[in-house]
Design a binder for this molecule. Structure first.
Ligand code: F0G
Length: 464
């Protein structure tokens, strides 16, 4: 008999819906006024004014019934709560690190780590640093360097692991700057580079080079389960292995990790810093007490720790991961059929539109991602996120340069939207493609000193 679940046709959502949230319907006219009032920054919109919110997959997951139940078993003791020990055991079951320090989210783990490892003159390589990682490194006076393979910068390349680190460049980097490099980072999957996975072979290669140069190797593991499933699907010799074993192999190579539990732990808040080095972990714990809280809760409620512990058990479910990666591939295939340039192959958590190629008449310093994101909102109430020159173009010295790519991310919240929501998104693109030559660029009217994309105010260069 045909195994309907394993066929690559319609992959049903592997869950039923027990609680729903209504979506407030709006008209295009209303949205045109709302986005203007928000200075054309999608972060400034009220989420009630959004129909399909693809701004981020972070903290937006639907929790399972078992996670909701786990909230009730949360123990809110200040010190030594059983929720912490359940959390710690769930993390160590997948990521065999000696010390696990909970934090309120991923960037808190980064801030603690780089308050200890950063500093003027230091240089931190990664495949691509995410914006908060870069921000936390640069805030200490250190520099963040991206050493992703060349294919990772080519949105058309079909390389199966476009998140891989360029090992030749990493070796040269460490040979040249060894003493100034406090650690080697690697982001799995590589969010800033299009949500692309890193192969197990590449992870092992990075670990070996870091070890050879005596540098700690730290993985930013936000989307580790999606990355592990890509390894299972695409890497020779991995196809028959349980995802859990692949996950343990990934982290077994590293000396530590930073994590946002808002991604691959199905939690609405949370994160952690894990380390093997006793002295570094002790110093991190002292920082944690200053900024996050006692080391057995780290800025979280006990109930959050329990939600994470349960989420980690659910995220490695292979039926879920298969559906998850297929959702992005499905939207990607349909957009490609419409002639919309996207980063190929689709990543794990999002579809990345290549705005620079879709809107070649808009130069990078007029931020082609911004008109595309604004048009998606006005046309269809879809909120997306520019990941390009707005996000990465500002330099610490106040100057500006085009980012490597001008992408717009359609991030898919976990277990939240159905295939008909996906079909609606595709329909909005059908209209948008016909109108794309009428889109024009933006200028930044106001921006803060750092992380400008969150609060910058934009003005259209031509009246719409
Ligand atoms: N690292 C990566 C790869 C991330 O994608 C994020 C967050 C972080 C670190 C920081 O984690 O938000 O818990 O502090 N990314 C979100 C996103 C915000 O939309 O991609 P956090």
């Amino acid at each position: 008999m045909i195994d309907r679940v394993k066929r690559d046709r319609v992959i049903i959502e592997p869950f039923r819906i027990k609680a729903v949230e209504p979506i407030r319907m709006t008209t295009g006219e209303e949205r045109a006024a709302l986005i203007e009032a928000a200075d054309f920054n999608l972060f400034a919109l009220k989420s009630d004014d959004v129909l399909i919110d693809l701004l981020t997959d972070s903290g937006t997951s639907a929790m399972s019934a078992v996670q909701q139940a786990a909230l009730l078993s949360g123990d809110e003791s200040y010190a030594g709560s059983p929720s912490f020990f359940r959390f710690e055991a769930a993390v160590k079951d997948l990521m065999p690190f000696k010390h696990v320090l909970p934090t309120h989210q991923g960037r808190a783990a980064e801030a603690i780590l780089f308050s200890l490892l950063g500093g003027a003159g230091r240089k931190v390589p990664s495949n691509n640093h995410f914006d908060t990682t870069r921000g936390n490194i640069e805030a200490t006076g250190a520099a963040a360097h991206d050493l992703v393979i060349a294919e990772g910068l080519d949105s058309e390349s079909l390389h199966p692991f476009k998140g891989n680190m360029d090992l030749v460049r990493l070796e040269a980097f460490l040979t040249q700057h060894g003493a100034a490099v406090p650690c080697v980072m690697l982001t799995v999957t590589n969010n800033a580079g299009g949500g692309q996975p890193v192969s197990l072979a590449n992870i092992r290669g990075v670990a070996e080079i870091a070890r050879h140069h005596g540098r700690p190797f730290i993985i930013d593991g936000c989307r580790f389960a999606e990355n592990a499933y890509f390894i299972k699907q695409r890497e020779a010799g991995q196809g028959d292995r349980p995802v859990k074993d692949i996950v343990r192999d990934i982290f077994g190579e590293a000396d530590g990790m930073t994590m946002s539990a808002k991604k691959d732990a199905f939690a609405n808040i949370g994160g952690w810093l894990a380390l093997n080095d006793d002295a570094l972990a002790q110093a991190a714990r002292s920082r944690l007490i200053l900024t996050e809280g006692f080391p057995t809760y780290g800025g979280l409620a006990g109930r959050d720790l329990d939600a994470i512990a349960q989420g980690l058990r659910e995220i490695i479910d292979e039926n879920y991961l298969r559906y998850r990666l297929r959702t992005c591939a499905y939207i990607g295939e349909r957009l490609t059929a419409l002639g919309v340039p996207i980063v190929k192959p689709t990543g794990g958590h999002a579809v990345f539109l290549d705005a620079r190629r879709m809107l070649p008449h808009i130069p990078p310093l007029e931020y082609p991602g911004q008109p595309l994101a604004v048009a998606l909102y006005v046309e269809g109430g879809i909120r997306s996120c520019e990941i390009g020159t707005v996000m990465f173009g500002a330099r610490p010295d106040g100057s500006e340069a085009p980012a490597a790519m001008d992408l717009v991310r359609l991030a898919i919240p976990r277990r939240v939207y159905t295939q008909s929501h996906a079909d609606y998104v595709v329909e909005v693109f059908e209209d948008l493609v016909a109108d794309k030559n009428n889109l024009s660029g933006y200028r930044i009217h106001w921006q803060p000193a750092a992380m400008r994309h969150f609060t910058a105010k934009f003005r259209p260069l031509q009246a719409a």
